[in-house]
Design a binder for this molecule. Structure first.
Ligand SMILES: *[C@@H]1O[C@H](CO)[C@@H](O)[C@H](O)[C@H]1NC(C)=O
Ligand SMILES: *[C@@H]1O[C@H](CO)[C@@H](O)[C@H](O)[C@H]1NC(C)=O
Length: 323
């Protein structure tokens, strides 16, 4: 709005010097500014927008240092036709040959457009002049899209958010410690092909190891594991596990390893740098949630049963944010 007021003030000054406007400028959702001497800057407004330069009957306005009236005034009052004879308008902007209107939607980019306009009367007399329109890329950060204290970085036709560590997503809208990647059988964002295991009991394959699903069951404690491929490296914050698949397939404690490349795995440690022992089931079907001491970078996470009732069973969910 400040720019708009500046524009109006300067335009009035130009008009006072120049007399009646030859061009009217309308600005539906476009911010305009002008400098004395006639340079006009058109900024893509909050919703981008349209710009119209409309001819009226008398007067002049300076655009890019040129008195439009001086080049296309026809003393005989005959009809004038307008043509673009060189250069380019901003994409989407067109000239009306009869009225001289230049109109269209301003592109959301920083750019300079130069073009030549010829005004021809019905005796074939003509005058040419070159004009310049500057467009300014819209600052998408003005709409304050980043939530939860994220800082906004404006970009061409876009923006990005630098999120505090505990938040993620395009707008930092995801609370990472509670953001399920979707192993859960009710979500299924992680496809079966991204679930694998080392040893699976008959009828309890890896892809059954979904929270609230039918369950994965390993063959032997310590040798078995269930692995979830998150699909890309993520910031990993927490896990939930239902440690029991049945009264005979029960995991009471487990450890975890993680990897970015699927080859080199590291063990999740506690604050004292000892292997973290995750709690499994104490009650059948009750999920147990563990928040990691610090968030870790991982694409592959492995659940490794440590203690179990007969064979180890698991149904899991992983909480993480995209990078
Ligand atoms: C108008 O724009 C031209 C080209 O960018 C520049 O050289 C000139 O100084 C500007 N005029 C004013 C009054 O700012
Ligand atoms: C496991 O459970 C015990 C007892 O409730 C608790 O003290 C411990 O912090 C839990 N371990 C983890 C890793 O959450």
């Amino acid at each position: 709005m400040a720019s708009l007021m500046l524009f109006v003030a300067v335009l009035c000054q130009v008009l006072r010097i120049a007399g009646t406007a030859f061009f009217e400028v309308q600005y539906p959702s476009v911010v305009l500014s002008a400098e004395i001497g006639g340079n006009v800057t058109i900024r893509a407004g909050p919703d981008s927008g349209s710009i119209f330069l409309k001819s009226s009957t008398r007067g002049s306005i300076y655009i890019d240092g040129t008195d439009m009236m001086a080049i296309i005034e026809d003393p005989e009052g005959n009809t004038i036709q307008y043509d673009k004879i060189s250069g380019a308008f901003p994409p989407g902007v067109v000239l009306n040959k009869d009225t001289g209107d230049i109109s269209g939607v301003i592109p959301d980019i920083d750019a300079v457009y130069e073009f030549g306009i010829r005004a021809t009367d019905n005796h074939g007399k003509h005058a040419d002049q070159t004009f310049t329109i500057l467009t300014r890329e819209k600052n998408q950060c003005r709409a304050i899209p980043c939530k939860n204290g994220g800082s906004c970085i404006d970009d061409i036709s876009d923006y990005s958010c630098n999120c505090p560590n505990a938040y993620g997503g395009k707008n930092c809208q995801l609370d990472c410690v509670n953001n399920a990647v979707g192993v859960d059988s009710g979500l299924m964002h992680i496809p079966d092909a991204q679930m694998s295991a080392h040893f699976s009991h008959a009828d309890y394959a890896a892809w059954n190891g979904r929270l609230h699903g039918s369950g994965w069951v390993g063959e032997q404690v310590l040798n078995s594991w269930l692995q979830i491929d998150l699909g890309s490296v993520m910031r990993w914050f927490a896990v939930t596990m239902q440690g029991a698949v049945s009264s005979s397939f029960y995991t009471t404690a487990y450890t975890m390893t993680y990897s970015e490349d699927g080859d080199n795995f590291q063990t999740v440690k506690d604050a004292a740098l000892n292997t973290l022992i995750f709690n499994g089931s104490t009650l059948y079907d009750v999920p147990t949630r563990t928040v990691l001491p610090v968030p870790l970078q991982a694409r592959y996470v492995r659940f490794i049963p440590q203690t179990s009732a007969t064979n180890p069973g698991m149904r899991v969910e992983v909480f993480a944010c995209p990078q």
